[in-house]
Design a binder for this molecule. Structure first.
Ligand code: MN3
Length: 203
């Protein structure tokens, strides 16, 4: 039977694989507690919806859907995030196609990196920076996501995300978000980012 609920995905590497850039303790907590909380949150709301529908009960639809969007967003973004990270030994490099797309859009890889870093550092409160891709214009676009679900461009495919919630880095970097954002570039799984771009062309 198809599982109608979300599950916490298994990490594609050990919790210590991203050291020294992201510590074992930080990554374990982030995956096993924080990501799990979004999975549980989304499932609890789905159960609430199922129950209310089967009983014919009324719901506060507005607040329920707002919470559902937040928790599903958290689950999906974290699932993408773990897979677009890799240990220094396994992270590869941007493919020719990815490089070309980035250079066509931003002028240079350095310019892309600068804008992505600025997007990540300047998220108001908690959120994400994401490199996404518009299939209509064939242009890569940076998304600056607040929380897990605000400022998301509908239907854009996500190539790469960076979690800049404090829970992602506080144990390792305290309040210094920019140091964490700089460290991220050492553990990007370019093989995965390349593949996501490739999948768009096929799909
Ligand atoms: Mn997080």
């Amino acid at each position: 039977m198809e599982n109608k609920f979300y599950t916490l995905p298994k990490m594609p590497y050990e919790y210590n694989a991203l050291e020294p850039f992201i510590s074992e303790e930080q990554l374990r907590l982030h995956h096993s507690k924080h990501h799990q909380a979004y999975v549980n949150g989304a499932n609890a709301i789905l159960e609430l919806l199922d129950k209310a529908r089967s009983e014919g009960a009324d719901l506060d639809i507005k607040s329920t859907l707002k919470a559902l969007s937040f928790n599903i967003g958290g689950h999906i973004l974290h699932s993408l995030f773990w897979n677009n990270l890799a240990s220094v030994e396994r992270n590869g490099s941007p493919s020719e196609a990815l490089n070309e797309a980035i250079i066509n859009e931003f002028g240079s890889f350095e310019r892309f990196k600068k804008e992505f870093i600025q997007a990540a550092i300047s998220v108001e409160g908690s959120g994400w920076a994401a490199l996404s891709f518009c299939r209509q214009t064939k242009r890569p676009v940076i998304m600056q996501i607040e929380k897990h679900n605000v400022n998301v461009y509908p239907m854009f495919r996500i190539l790469m995300v960076l979690d800049v919630w404090e829970h992602a880095y506080y144990l390792d970097y305290k309040n210094e978000r920019s140091k964490y954002v700089d460290a991220f570039w050492n553990v990007i799984n370019w093989n995965e980012v390349n593949q996501r771009l490739e999948n768009i062309k096929i799909g």
